[in-house]
Design a protein around this ligand. Structure first.
Ligand SMILES: N[C@@H](CCC(=O)N[C@@H](CS)C(=O)NCC(=O)O)C(=O)O
Length: 260
């Protein structure tokens, strides 16, 4: 059996990656938007595994290039040589195959299934709710546009890019039947999700126990994103989740990903 670090040694910090000196790999590029939870999820995993990469910040000028490599036009996309991998979950499984240590996807069948379920729940359910907060709440409008657009375009184009983006996303939510009037509905859904998460975390350091996994990374990425907006107040009623978020944010690879 490979000497994978499933359980950290008493003196080792969580997420202490062993630097790779045995392989020479092509440079990894990450097409990235700073205020995207999926990009944050991937940056955390790259840092955790000690894999060097170069951020390619998505700008208006690079949109065509992005569509060429990912016809869905979504970030993150990882590029390494000829290899182009869109989608955070696929990227993480690719990283896990090439950089096993430290393990983020538990090898046991049950633990792996549980971690994948939580990852999917974060990526779909939490993302949808936090996206509604970000784009439907007028109180978040300026922060939403600044966080998303400042890196994407030069100062002159920013107002127009911000308006187009906000309009496109609000139109998507409208097609699903949600407008600003649905904000209380989304707050209630988030309260329920935070209560569920409090139950799952009760008495545990991480979602699966003593070791951080992809489940922690995925849930963290969505809630760290929510903290940038007015609905961070919902965490006041979920102290267990808040403490877990604070502790996770302080881990060096996570802090570095948040800052990048
Ligand atoms: N399932 C994808 C979702 C990626 C995604 O939705 N990314 C957003 C940014 S947070 C995006 O690029 N949206 C642009 C669009 O939908 O046109 C993943 O896990 O990477």
């Amino acid at each position: 059996m490979r000497p994978e670090r499933l359980f950290r040694a008493a003196d080792a910090p969580p997420f202490a990656a062993t630097p790779r000196t045995d392989v020479r790999l092509a440079e990894i590029l990450l097409y990235d938007v700073n205020d995207s939870p999926f990009c944050l999820k991937v940056r955390i995993c790259l840092n955790v595994k000690g894999v060097p990469f170069r951020r390619v910040a998505l700008t208006v000028g690079r949109l065509r290039e992005l569509r060429r490599i990912n016809p869905l036009g979504k970030v993150p996309v990882l590029v390494q040589d000829e290899l182009v991998i869109p989608d955070s979950s696929r990227i993480i499984r690719h990283l896990e195959a090439d950089h096993r240590d430290p393990v983020l996807i538990p090898p046991g069948r049950e633990a792996r299934a549980y971690a994948s379920l939580l990852e999917e729940w974060a990526d779909e359910a939490l993302y949808f709710i936090v996206g509604a907060f970000k784009w439907l709440n007028p109180a978040n409008r300026d922060a939403a546009i600044a966080n998303t657009v400042n890196e994407m375009s030069g100062i002159l184009l920013r107002p127009a890019v911000g308006r187009v983006l906000a309009w496109r996303i609000a139109r998507r939510y409208a097609a699903w039947g949600y407008g600003p009037g649905a904000l209380e509905h989304f707050r209630e859904r988030m309260r329920e999700n935070l209560a569920t998460l409090s139950t799952l975390l009760d008495g545990k350091e991480y979602l699966l126990g003593r070791v951080p996994t992809v489940a922690d990374v995925a849930v963290f990425a969505q809630l760290a994103w929510m903290r940038r907006y007015a609905e961070r107040d919902l965490l006041d009623d979920a102290p267990v989740v808040r403490e877990w978020l604070d502790a996770f944010a302080a881990l060096p690879p996570v802090a570095a990903a948040l800052a990048s």
